[in-house]
Write a protein that binds this ligand. Structure first.
Ligand code: AMP
Length: 143
């Protein structure tokens, strides 16, 4: 019996995403596991610090829509169905923690740049995901 039944792969939709996805897909196949594709859209308010008096709802909707389209493209390419494509809004680490528990995932796969020194002190998403996720976490080293 396979040790992993449900795998969540978090992707940032950069050109590095396929490096993480390729391995997650192989691992899910090897384990006969269900694969969930997740992207977290950061709230536009974060970028503007919330101090510009303007309605950002439309911009946020556009970002969500663009992310959903990109995720759908990956879903098609990697054979992950619509029900397993998730776009949510928030902080990537927190959303990945929440989803992994809510969805009863047993492995989370993220990319890692292997930062050192000061960059590491500032924190990475992989590090944030590791601290707080209750299931196993696999960090794919990004080349
Ligand atoms: P970073 O620490 O930002 O370089 O990101 C490293 C990895 O964290 C990426 O390869 C993804 O696996 C994951 N990640 C970062 N940002 C997001 C995001 N917005 N949504 C989902 N996963 C993300």
């Amino acid at each position: 019996m396979s040790i992993y039944k449900k795998i969540l792969v978090a992707i940032d939709l950069t050109e590095e995403a396929p490096q993480v996805l390729n391995k997650a897909v192989e691992i899910s196949k090897a384990h006969g596991a269900e694969l969930m594709l997740v992207h977290v859209v950061e709230p536009v308010g974060y970028a503007y610090g919330g101090d510009i008096p303007m309605d950002l709802t439309e911009l946020q909707d556009q970002l969500d829509k663009a992310a959903k389209e990109q995720l759908a493209g990956y879903g098609e390419k990697y054979n992950v169905g619509k029900d397993n494509q998730i776009v949510t809004v928030g902080r990537p680490e927190s959303e990945i923690h929440r989803l992994s528990e809510e969805q009863d995932v047993d492995l989370v796969v993220v990319g890692s740049h292997g930062r050192k020194g000061f960059q590491l002190l500032l924190g990475s998403t992989a590090n944030g995901v590791l601290h707080g996720t209750v299931c196993d976490v696999l960090a794919i080293r990004i080349q």
